[in-house]
Design a protein around this ligand. Structure first.
Ligand SMILES: Cc1ncc(COP(=O)(O)O)c(C=O)c1O
Length: 374
């Protein structure tokens, strides 16, 4: 089947690559998440996408925000968020950062060492402390979280430093596609919770972090299955449910709200490999960093081709002279066999961890512009 006529022949093909961010779609994702997790506190993990239009829209809904830096806290406050709804979930920060966040009204901090408890006690008197637990398998090695056996000692250090140990926090990693992936971490948190209570503390908050998946090329169970499994894990572990169970979703709220429009930069055939399709935007200039190792398999389509156009395998790469600038996937991408230089390509679900992770000027390429729609 020959390809359908395209508007302006190759006209749109050379339109600069850009991302379209649909704030209404993100709002809809928030509604779906808040509905599935009714009764849970929802705090948006700002690191996923701190675009002011998103933050304003979420702040207007009255949700909380999990921030990783003072700069993110400022973005939330500028967007109309109440400082009382902010948690500083990143336990890696300087004493100055703690003091500045405290100054702005942030009153809950995650921490995972006794050193951090002392520093918080010194410059954030009376602040709430969420003891961050390590999980197995650890998504970032031993960078984050204390071992369950250390937790009561660290919590005691926090209490001695004058902090209010409000509860426990964990994060099992991003784009988790198995609803039971929280089971072990929640069970471990429940055991630590009980130990805290036995040492005379009164934990109230169980913060389950992020990890809910957005739609990528692979099948993913519906959000409701995650909510059911997570509720069941909490019910199994805790005789008395925590006064507050929080989730800090990032990706699931914003990934599907953005599409990357780009063009085929070049097509190359190697004798020992299927064809390579190099896109005008990739890992670095579009920030598709989660595509490097296949952690996130971005859906890719060629919008100007008919659905019955013959397709064949394609390896996808970005335009830079860097071996990591490829979109890896478990199964090969299938794209029109007739795809050629200048044809338009859409990369979907690019709203999370892209605009902020794009490289500035790598290979002379600027990060892509973002146009807000919706
Ligand atoms: C502590 C914490 N909470 C929440 C998130 C958000 O994760 P996701 O975007 O997978 O929902 C992250 C991501 O790194 C995180 O580190």
């Amino acid at each position: 089947m020959s390809r359908p006529p395209r508007s302006g022949a190759r006209g749109p093909a050379f339109a600069p690559s850009h991302m379209a961010l649909d704030v209404a779609a993100a709002r809809a994702a928030l509604t779906a998440t808040a509905t599935a997790f009714a009764g849970f506190r929802v705090r948006y993990a700002v690191k996923a996408n701190p675009h002011p239009a998103l933050l304003r829209s979420f702040a207007a809904r009255g949700i909380g925000f999990d921030v990783a830096s003072v700069a993110e806290a400022d973005l939330c406050l500028d967007a109309g968020a109440d400082a009382a709804h902010l948690t500083y979930g990143n336990p890696i920060r300087s004493t100055r950062d703690i003091a500045r966040a405290y100054d702005r009204g942030v009153r809950v901090f995650a921490l995972d060492t006794a050193d951090e408890a002392r520093r918080l006690g010194a410059v954030a008197p009376g602040a709430g402390a969420l003891i961050r637990l390590a999980v197995e398998p650890a998504p970032a090695g031993r960078k984050f979280g204390c071992l369950p056996r250390e937790a009561t000692t660290i919590a005691s250090s926090a209490a001695r430093a004058g902090l209010d140990v409000v509860g426990l926090a964990l994060h099992i990693g991003t784009q988790r596609r198995d609803p039971r992936a929280w089971d072990a971490a929640v069970a471990s948190a429940a055991r630590v919770w009980e130990l805290l209570r036995r040492t005379g503390m009164s934990p109230r908050v169980l913060d389950l972090g992020g990890g809910l998946p957005a739609r990528d090329r692979r099948p993913t169970p519906p959000l409701t299955e995650f909510a059911t499994a997570i509720r069941a894990a909490v019910a199994r572990g805790f005789d008395e449910p925590p006064a507050e169970v929080a989730i800090n979703p990032g990706r699931v709220l914003v990934a599907e709200a953005a599409v990357l429009f780009t063009t085929v930069h070049a097509v190359a055939h190697r004798e020992d490999a299927v064809r390579w399709v190099f896109l005008g935007a990739g890992v670095w200039n579009a920030g598709l960093v989660d595509g490097r190792d296949g952690r996130f398999e971005y859906p890719v389509t060629a919008p100007d081709f008919a659905p019955d156009e013959p397709v064949s395998d394609a390896l996808l790469g970005g335009p830079t002279c860097d071996g990591a600038d490829v979109l890896r996937a478990g199964d090969p991408y299938r794209l029109p066999s007739a795809l050629r230089e200048g044809d338009r390509v859409a990369v979907w679900s690019v709203g999370a961890y892209t605009t902020t992770t794009a490289a500035v000027g790598f290979n002379g390429l600027a990060p892509l512009p973002v146009h807000v729609v919706g």
